[in-house]
Design a protein around this ligand. Sequence first.
Ligand SMILES: *Cc1c(COP(=O)(O)O)cnc(C)c1O
Length: 378
Amino acid sequence: MIPYGRQSIEEEDIHAVVEALRSDWLTQGPKLKEFEEKLAAYCGAKYAVAVSNGTTALHVAYLGLGIGEGDEVITTPNTFVATSNMLLVVGATPVFCDIDPKRYNIDVEKIESLITPSTKAISLVHFAGHPVDIDTIERIAKKHNLLVIEDSCQALGATYKNKKIGSCTQSNAAVFSFHPVKSITTGEGGAILTNDKELYEKMMRLRTHGVTKDPELLEEYHGDWYFETCELGYNYRMTDMQAALGISQLKQLDTFIEKRNKQATYYNEQLKDVSNIVLPTVDDTVRSAWHLYVIQVLKEHRKEIFDAMREAGIGVQVHHVPVHIHPLFKKVLGEQKYLVHADEYYSRCFSLPIFPKMTREEQNHVIGTLKHIMETYE
Ligand SMILES: *Cc1c(COP(=O)(O)O)cnc(C)c1O
């Protein structure tokens, strides 16, 4: 089965991990710090906090920004559930904004109508690696005094108006995941980027049990062993083996994104004349990370086409089952009937395989199979 996405691991990656294993530090060591510095530098942000995965990164970002009980956070239903799950975990209420039917990202035109006195933040998602219109989001956030979190788990390596996603110049924090299907991998792993020093320091504490040894923060001092827990924290650390892999992967990130862009262009060229499918497009002002290559077909045929692709050994997948239709969210928020574009999109979409290691032959197999299946519906 050709998967919809997978990691690219080279000998240099394996070597980097083995080297970390032979070092004095398996966790809390120099590789972790180096990875954080290199990641922040790549994105053009001041600070990075590496954590155990993208979900814990979201948790730490929300907690760090003080999002909690009684707060409403405007977000998109077209995302992996973690974006909203972590809002529930901190006690906040996700308020879903419908998606833009062209890009499948949050519809920035609809955000303001959802703002209430309880709205605290916008948690946006650069879906499929396609950057959201951040200029508009920034304008709305400034006008209404809202925080902005970028769930950038699908968008490491993407750029918006020549600025890297994760630069945080127009948001409070950006969150990444290094799961094997994402732009780079550390097995499991995640990170939060920010330019806010205070937020950075708080997130560093949250990652390690809310603990501090900083003399300026200690209420007492008993000796060199002494530390204090000043807020409720967790153990959300990334190991040095993972960080070593992350450093090695970062060196290849631009090549990975280049390959994904080429594959997307090739799909676009080869599939443009196939009837009854809608191909993905991006704005001229962005460079997408092409985490996913999503097409839409007629909803009456989606399941048949999906099943036929799977039968031919092609690991198509649907991204995403919209958050508002999951039983948990129906129970917590009730039926959300106004998300018409999100519902329509969900009934028609599925993702074709796209990942740096996919060969031209594999891609031709995907294209040929899809064309053949689509002939049935002409
Ligand atoms: C992958 C992903 C996550 C979760 O990341 P994990 O590392 O799997 O926990 C969160 N949000 C989005 C948009 C994602 O794509």
